[in-house]
Write a protein that binds this ligand. Sequence first.
Ligand code: SAH
Length: 249
Amino acid sequence: MDDMQLIVDFYKDADRLGPGSSEETGKALKLTGLNLNKDLNIADIGCGCGAQTLDLAKLTKGKIVAVDLFPEFLDKVKEHAGEEGVAERINTLQCSMESLPFEKNSLDLIWSEGAIYNMGFQKGLKAWHPFLKEGGYIAVSEITWLKEERPDELETFWTGAYSEMYTTEVKEEQLRQSGYELVASFTVSPESWMKNYYSPMINRMPRFLEDHHHTAEAEELVLEENREIDLFRKYKDYYGYVFYIGRKV
Ligand code: SAH
């Protein structure tokens, strides 16, 4: 089993593949000021198993294209959409976020929680801009430094994991430089990491290791995740996910 497949296996039974909550999805949506009674065209990019896709379906009357690279996750989105009775407004699309097939000026709203880092924040913001209608909105959550000074141990870990670790001010400026006006930003709560993301992950670990017969690769993956969780427990005031809401200008 290659590394990617191992990761898919680790996450495919999770509700959330990143920090977040229904409340914060709702808050970000409200901040756009969009008329939710309209038939909005929405894309949820890097949707994972679709926690926020379902929230968007319930909170709007729009049509949502849920995009992810991995069919295992998209199968979960379809399954959950069926269970929640919103399947007719959610279409799944297996595709890279780097080569999206949307038409120019066709979307009212681009959503992406904890996923844009896969192509890089500014690169993603610029690449997706043409798909939005004039005045359309983007709402993305992105890992961000919350303090100017960070302990070495933390700085080394996260700059090693992601080359675009910056503060909120830098991210907001990048958003402006990518053709959006900043509508709002807010920090996702630490509970949305621990309760919704890390705790369920910790609960999945024993079963995952068993299913993979404790191979070196599986043990390594769990070790890395545990290291990330330990750092979060220790240093959660220094970084967080920030929701950035922008409007295409
Ligand atoms: N938004 C979801 C998932 C976040 S995890 C949630 O909050 O639960 C990031 C997601 O991006 C994963 O589902 C992963 O499969 C997807 N992803 C990674 N690289 C991608 C790419 N190049 N194109 C599309 N999706 C990608």
